[in-house]
Design a protein around this ligand. Sequence first.
Ligand SMILES: [Cu+2]
Length: 70
Amino acid sequence: MKTTTFNVTGMTCGGCAASVKRVLLRQEAVKDVEVDYTANRVTATYDEQIINEEAIMDAINKLGYQAGLA
Ligand SMILES: [Cu+2]
């Protein structure tokens, strides 16, 4: 299990935070997600054998936000 913090821009409210959280938790390999949209931060805990940082960032980007490694 690995925990990574991503820098995510474009989130403006609790609804954005909830969307990001929902889409990541839909992946079975993602076990926990914490979002602080005021700090542009998303921290995810996941099974790194199944999913990697790029796939997590892709999922966030598909929602219309811009994810990078923090
Ligand atoms: Cu929002």
